[in-house]
Each structure stands twice: as C-alpha cells, then as structure tokens.
Design a protein around this ligand. Sequence first.
Ligand SMILES: O=c1ccn([C@@H]2O[C@H](COP(=O)(O)OP(=O)(O)O[C@H]3OC[C@@H](O)[C@H](O)[C@H]3O)[C@@H](O)[C@H]2O)c(=O)[nH]1
Length: 451
Amino acid sequence: MISPRRPSGVSPTSNSMNAAQQIIGTAPFTESPVSSPTAAERNERLWEASPFSQILEDGANSAGQAGAEDPQAEDRVVPGKVRGEISLDVVRSLYGSAGGLGNLRRSNSSVIYTGRPPEFPPVKKLNPLNKKRILVSGGAGFVGSHLVDRLMLMGHDVIVVDNYFTGSKTNLMHWFGHPNFEVIRHDVVDPIMLEVDQIYHLACPASPVHYQSNPVKTLKTGFFGTYNMLGLAKRVKARFLLTSTSEVYGDPEEHPQKESYWGHVNCIGPRACYDEGKRVAEALTYSYARQDGVDVRVARIFNTFGPRMNWNDGRVVSNFIVQALKGDDITIYGDGSATRSFQYVHDLVDGLIALMESDYSDPVNLGNPEEYTIKQFADMIVQLVNEHRQRHGDVGKTSTVTYLPAVADDPQKRKPDTTRAKEVLGWAPQWSAVDGLRETVVYFHQIMQQS
Ligand SMILES: O=c1ccn([C@@H]2O[C@H](COP(=O)(O)OP(=O)(O)O[C@H]3OC[C@@H](O)[C@H](O)[C@H]3O)[C@@H](O)[C@H]2O)c(=O)[nH]1
C-alpha cells in the first residue's frame, strides 16, 4: 500500500472513497497461464523496470530516505500531504524537474521539447463500474492541470477542454498519448457535445490582471461558458461542479466569510466582470438544478497558489516569489494592510474531488483560514526565498518592499469560514501556507533556471 492514510475528506461509504481508496500499482490482473509471457507478466516486468515503481514502493517514506544523499532534500517538505492513497512523490514528479519541467529545455534562441518521460505514471486500474468519464473545462490551467493529474492517477477517463488563453499544453504534456486522456482545443463560450459522467467546470481566467484585460470576454465566459457546460450536464445527465470564487463576497463586510453571506460587490467596477460573472454562474447553476434537476456542486475557491502558476500570472504569490528570487523590489499595492488567506493547490484538489463525490449541493468554501496582511506575506516570502537561496549557495540581492498605488475595489480582507467544508466533506487544509510556499519557491527557482 502506498500510503497508510485513508482519505479524510470523505466518508468510508461515499463514492469517492471507492475511487480514491483504490491503490496505484495494485496486483496485476490475472489471466490463464500460457507459454509466452502473459499480459500480467509483461505488465509486472514493465512495472519493475518503471522509474515510478521505486517511488511508489517506497511510499511516504521515500522523501525521508532520499534525504540522506540528496543535497536538495530540504527543498522537499511534508511528505504524504495528498489525500487518497496516491503518493505525493508521484504527484510531485508531474511538475518537478523529474516530470513536467523535465519536458523542455530552453536556450537563448530555441525551446527543445524532450517529450514526456519514457513511461506514463501508473494509473489505477479501476473496476469499469467505478471508472468515470470526466470532463475538466480549463484543464490546461494551473488548478485544472493538478485536478487532471489526480483524476488520471485515480484511474478515470479524463477529457480536457481548454482554449489556452491562460492555460498551457505543457501543463499536461506528461499525459499526451495516454489511452485514458484526451484534450480538445475549445472555448466554452461555444457549445460542445460529449458523453461524460461528471463535469468540473473551471474554464475562466482567474488572475485580476487577466480577467480585467478583456472584461467582456470574461463575462461571456462566466455566463455562456457555464450555460453551455450546464446544458451539456442536463443533456447527458452528468454531475456538474462549478468552481466559483471568494470574489462573490466582493469587499466583504462580514469576516470571516460564511457561505450564507450574500456579498458586497461593486457591479460597475473593474472587478465586476469576474465577480458578477461568477455570481451569475452560480445563479445559472442553481436555476438548472431547480428547473431541470441537474445534479450540481458549487465550490467557492479562496486564494490558491502552487507549482504551474504562470510566473507572469500577476497574482500576489507568483509576483512576490519571482521578485524575491530576482532580488527585485516587492511591489505592494496600497499600504499592505489588506488581508488574504492562502491555500496550497493540493488541498484545493482534495476539496474539489471530495465535493464532487459528496451528496451536498449548496455552495462550499474551499480555502485555508490562515490569514496574513499582504505586508506580512511579503516579509514571509522574502525570508523563505532567502533561506532557499542560502541552501543553494546563492547570495543574491535581498529584495526590499516598494509601495505602489492601491488597485480599485481591492477587497480589504478575506478569510474563509470553513465550518461547512469540515462538516459536510470532512475536509480541512493539510498544508500550511509556509509549507506550500517552500515547494512553490523551489518550483519557480527551477523555472527561472530553465529560462
Ligand atoms: O504584486 C502584487 C500583486 C497583488 N497585490 C495585492 O495582493 C492581494 C491579492 O491579490 P491577487 O491578485 O493575488 O488576488 P485577489 O485576492 O485580488 O483576487 C483573487 O481572488 C481569488 C480568486 O478567485 C482569484 O484568483 C483572484 O481574483 C491584493 O490586495 C492585491 O492588491 C500586491 O500587493 N502586489
């Protein structure tokens, strides 16, 4: 068994338990013996030769064992923090230098795609009754690609639709050609017809810089994108999960924010394209549920960070880490007293899957209630980056903070009340912001070394 931990996000009787409980690399299927190697024997030999077999068989201890010889061991933090019986090391291998990042090299004049590693990561062999066809809209993006990784490792058939506005094929390259995986270049503002059992609807730019760059398109994505995905869910009777946002609470007058809070949004401001787009997406979702009986789930996602964020994403985490790694000024908009609560992407993926597999239809906040002022957050990142650089013998310039004008309608405080997620999903974040940031610093450092 890879991990002794039972997924704590779901009850032992729920569907997700059946899915998540199944173990990667379990005993191969049996067939009648024949003189030439059987499929099972071939499978076993391939498995033993696989670079992943060692990782999986070492299980949660592998990071610790590697620590004695590995100079970068301190870059690895908190082994085992992924729910379900999936090794965190395998998940990491898909975006670290052994996986996703290992797929390309850059020089001044060219980019060389070296292809995915010689074998796909092993996916679980599911009983056909438990294997689902799952559509992930926006699956080439930051959060979407991590969700795709997890659903693939769990053994499902995954179809991604993405228009690559902010997503990237390189986030998914490690699955190209896998029989359980398909990707379609498609913009969800246009209808699409597919046969699926579940739809995770993520497609929408999420960084304020991106969603404000074409606000009409953001509103079209919020309305027509959700309308088309809900129409599909209705036609094929798929369960539908909307990724909504903490931005539906606007600049909140209630703190922390409970799901029962109706919000405080400026419907004519520069953020309205996203906030109101997501609010109408929620309204559509519950209208389809009431009128047509569509089986819906709504996650309200709070600030999330992790590997595969674009270095030029524009959000605070990537901006501050990249600035600190370069020794540039850390740009605080306003006086730094606004607060945010940051969750690591693996916690979010756990929560999304637990919600999809639950029988709960009302909105659920998914976020980490650890709250920081932006100034505290800047100091924390500078310190973590300095520690990281010292470990690598890199004595670069230490960044200092510079204050720039505040952005319009910037919410002044944000912190999720996660009581509902605990009660209905058994979900709570497992990663502290610091632990997640350590991994994210390593990731951005690797990206910068490649460019
Ligand atoms: O370089 C920067 C970037 C951002 N910030 C500040 O840091 C805070 C967080 O800003 P971000 O752009 O990361 O994200 P925001 O919280 O404003 O919006 C996010 O909210 C939740 C999600 O749904 C979305 O990912 C996004 O809209 C804001 O106060 C912002 O003004 C800086 O001070 N400097």
